[in-house]
Ligand binder design. Structure first.
Ligand SMILES: O=C(O)CCC(=O)C(=O)O
Length: 430
């Protein structure tokens, strides 16, 4: 019944008699109060109340969000999370700014790419291959097999040997001469060897100096790290055909930079946000003194066991071939795996700059090396390199000391061991 109508359906007229007026009013009040307590009304009141409560709760959250918005990136208050959707959109805008059409399924090969354009279009956003860096290097011109045999025949080097599946790879120390003899054996997908040595070039400055300039690394905040915990920056990778890396994201989630001196690599590059399909366990640690999470997949994307890893079928990736003389840059957040399609020698390094430094600092916090609360309130008002310097000054001395000890230990292990197998767990720890 509509409110204000009498039981018999009449509209209440204008009562003239005071008695009638009182009884009309009483009747109206009765009708209205009866209507209010119907189950329908009750339900409605309940729904409205719930909505009101939700609205109040939401507006409180929303207000907080608005406040955050003016203060969007603030590591002193909350974890920094890279917004890959936003980065993708920025790249699209930048592509149109430069007059390029969007290309989201391939890795472009570029020459004469300015640093500015690299930062705008690729850095932290999309992988790219740059073709005109390595050909100027002394290493590109002189590092033949004969060169290594002549100058480093008996020098020891760390390598991984696989007889079976990738997961069962074993680390060894061998001389260059012995490794070269392995190159002559013909392997297959389950038999191969791979030098993955982070110290060989660093210990031999004359060789290290053959790696020329790479302008993409002109701004590299790793140089602001104390030397004891600064990541080693020129890993030598020299593998037989079929050799390959694991499927992984790099320590501290840095930008990976690979330069092929000779040979050919095929890469599978996985855009961010697919951890479930790649079987990434959240509990792995890198075990460095400046500890970090380790992002290694159990899947060998070039030899997948779908019985064990069925979800991998859903993973999306881009494939690209990197030829001799080319540099591949893989942004933070992208899992990747390299496969040497022929005997290949390359050098890997890492990049931390204005576009990914917060990702790396956040990984260092996740590694429990320091507490977010130790960052002073003005931290995010500083320029990026000053933020990195301040952050580094807060790293406990104990960690720096351990860093030095580990470096000394690794150097000693490589120098002291003859051709006997190294204790793998010790190497992995290191
Ligand atoms: O070249 C390789 O085998 C892998 C290198 C790599 O994954 C890296 O540089 O991050």
């Amino acid at each position: 019944m509509k409110r204000g109508w009498l039981k018999d359906g009449r509209m209440p007229g204008k009562p003239t008699n005071p008695h009638k007026l009182r009884s009309h009013l009483r009747e109206l009040a009765y009708l209205q109060s009866r209507e209010l307590v119907t189950p329908c009304r009750l339900l409605l009141v309940l729904i409205v109340s719930i909505c009101l409560v939700l609205l109040i709760a939401y507006s409180v959250d929303y207000k907080e969000y608005i406040i955050d918005d003016t203060d969007e990136v603030n590591m002193t208050k909350r974890p920094y999370v890279q917004d890959h959707q936003c980065l993708k959109q920025t790249r699209e805008e930048m592509l149109s700014h430069y007059g390029y059409s969007p290309s989201f399924q391939k890795v472009e090969k570029r020459s004469s790419l300015s640093l500015e354009e690299f930062w705008d279009l690729y850095d932290a956003k999309w992988p790219v291959i740059v073709q005109d860096i390595v050909p100027d290097w002394e290493a590109y011109k002189t590092w033949s097999k004969e060169f290594f045999l002549k100058n480093y025949r008996h020098h020891r080097i760390m390598l991984k040997a696989v007889e079976g599946v990738l997961e069962e790879g074993v680390a060894f120390v061998r001389s260059i001469e012995e490794f070269l003899s392995l190159l002559d054996q013909c392997g297959d997908m389950r038999h191969w060897s791979y030098i993955e040595d982070e110290m060989f070039l660093l210990q031999r400055p004359e060789l290290r100096s053959h790696i020329g300039n790479n302008y993409l690394l002109d701004e590299n905040f790793f140089n602001l790290f104390p030397p004891q915990i600064r990541p080693w920056d020129s890993m030598l990778l020299w593998g037989t055909k079929y050799s390959r890396s694991t499927l992984h994201m790099d320590p501290y989630n840095w930008t990976a930079v690979s330069a092929v001196i000779w040979g050919r690599k095929r890469w599978k590059l996985f855009p961010p946000g697919q951890d479930t399909y790649l079987y990434i366990s959240p509990k792995q640690r890198c075990g460095f003194p400046l500890d970090c999470r380790k992002y290694n997949s159990k899947v060998d994307s070039f030899d997948v066991d779908y019985m064990w890893y069925p979800k991998f079928q859903k993973a999306e990736y881009i494939e690209v071939e990197q030829n001799s003389g080319e540099v591949l840059v893989i942004p933070s957040g992208w899992f990747h795996q390299a496969f040497n399609e022929e005997e290949t020698l390359s050098i890997s390094t890492q990049l931390m700059n204005r576009n990914n430094y917060l990702v790396i600092l956040e990984e260092i916090i996740k590694g429990k090396n320091l507490n977010r609360k130790q960052l002073p309130p003005h931290f995010n008002t500083l320029l990026p390199p000053d933020q990195v310097k301040l952050f580094m000054s807060l790293i406990p001395k104990k960690i720096l000391k351990q860093g030095k000890e580990i470096t000394d230990f690794v150097l000693e292990s490589v120098n002291m061991s003859s051709t006997q197998d190294l204790d793998n767990s010790a190497l992995e720890e290191a």
